[in-house]
Design a protein around this ligand. Structure first.
Ligand code: NAP
Length: 369
């Protein structure tokens, strides 16, 4: 007997009648994920602080869903407030006896610094960084990390009910983190990046702790690159959608795909992690290749130096403007040989290849302090 029918896209990514909770589901990436689940027949509870925004999303996108069993239900909730979270759980409980998917998507960013001032003047850089507000750091961490933790805990009993009541099916948490939590480039918003690094660590820690027998909740995270949202463009239209008008956006921000991410890119990622019951503790990077062009930590690299990889002749964006860093082919080969040698002792050290297939290791040799 063939299992062909189980392997259609419709069957593999079937979330019909699932119960999903998406924090920040009224706008941006949360809205993209909400649409992905609701159009495939899930009841999606969207959390956020602005009631009018949530209602607008439920009215606009809840009507005419591709799968009529889908629903979008607004729930006013501030994820930084435990009482508000308890009330949101109570609201969901009135209608549902379990939750299949919780997407911890709510997030904020505050404060910016021009690190490029350090190219010329340490005093100017120190002054710039000193002007960052401690309260901004606390606000960002409160939402992006602490909020994600307490939202996961608040919904944990309902998430655990999924595995108890349905054999072979587990509830899951998907945290929306960011490539900002992976790259070592501050991108000008260091407090945000550090919070996202912590959010990735939160995901893997919860994945480890929630796999326990009495819990059996999977935890994964999606690390997006640039997507058009209120966070990025500071606004959205009357349908709660944001746009990036600049056709040169992809090149300016170092994105090999040549564009910002779109609704479909995010929807596919959200369906994958919701439905793949074999994904545990993963970080799914959906960034159009952004991390191929930006430095990131490589813990497995040598203890005395870090290697950052860039594709051949890739312009490295800086906040002061773009600066073309070119290498001779001989230098390229030398560095590639070095990284290949390193990769032999650990598969994880393998350098990332760019679209041209040529890898350049741009090494910033730094002594470990
Ligand atoms: N856009 C990007 O390029 C990008 C890239 C990587 C990662 N991300 C991440 O994607 C996630 C979604 O952000 P976005 O880009 O889609 O921006 P966005 O449109 O501003 O969405 C953020 C959402 O979070 C909600 N929110 C903020 N604070 C909240 C709180 N205390 N309680 C409940 N909800 C709260 C907001 O709704 P209310 O204001 O109504 O509460 C809003 O709907 C964030 O975690 C962000 O860090 C974005």
């Amino acid at each position: 007997m063939s299992n062909n029918a189980q392997l259609t896209a419709k069957s593999l990514f079937n979330v019909e009648d699932w119960v999903c909770v998406v924090s920040g589901g009224g706008t941006g990436i949360g809205l993209m994920i909400t649409q992905a689940y609701a159009n495939n027949g899930a009841r999606v509870y969207i959390l956020g602080r602005r009631e009018d925004v949530l209602k607008k999303t439920a009215e606009t996108y809840g009507a005419g869903l591709a799968n009529p069993r889908g629903k979008i239900i607004p729930v006013v909730c501030d994820i930084t407030d435990k009482t508000s979270l308890e009330q949101a759980v109570q609201t969901v409980r009135q209608n549902e006896d379990h939750v299949d998917v919780l997407v911890n998507n709510s997030g904020v960013t505050k404060g910016e610094s021009e690190f490029t001032k350090g190219d010329r003047d340490v005093t100017a850089l120190a002054r710039e960084l000193w002007s960052e507000e401690q309260s901004d750091w606390e606000d960002v961490y409160r939402t992006n990390v602490i909020g994600h933790f307490f939202t996961a805990v608040a919904f944990l009993p309902l998430l655990a009910e999924t595995a108890k009541s349905q054999a072979g099916h587990t509830g899951c948490v998907i945290n929306v983190t960011s490539v900002a939590g992976i790259t070592s480039d501050s991108l000008g918003h260091i407090s945000y990046n550090i919070s996202k690094g912590a959010a990735i660590q939160l995901s893997t820690t919860l994945a480890q702790e929630f796999r326990r027998q009495a819990v059996r909740v999977r935890v994964n995270n999606i690390a997006p690159g640039y997507f058009p949202t209120e966070m990025l463009t500071q606004e959205s239209d009357e349908h709660n959608k944001s746009r990036i008008a600049d056709p040169d956006f992809g090149r300016k921000f170092g994105i090999p795909a040549g564009r910002a991410g779109g609704d479909k890119d995010m929807a596919q990622a959200a369906l994958l992690l919701a439905c793949n019951e074999y994904a545990y503790g993963e970080t799914l990077i959906i960034d159009g290749g952004f991390l191929l062009e930006h430095p990131y930590r490589r813990e497995q690299q040598s203890m005395v130096k870090k290697a950052y990889t860039y594709t051949f002749h890739t312009p490295i964006p800086t906040h002061a403007g773009e600066e073309e860093i070119s290498y001779t082919r001989a230098a390229a080969e030398e560095h590639t040989t070095l990284l290949k040698a390193q990769s032999r002792s650990s598969r994880k050290r393998r350098p990332r290849t760019g679209s041209a297939g040529i890898v350049i290791a741009y090494e910033r040799r730094r002594e470990v302090q």
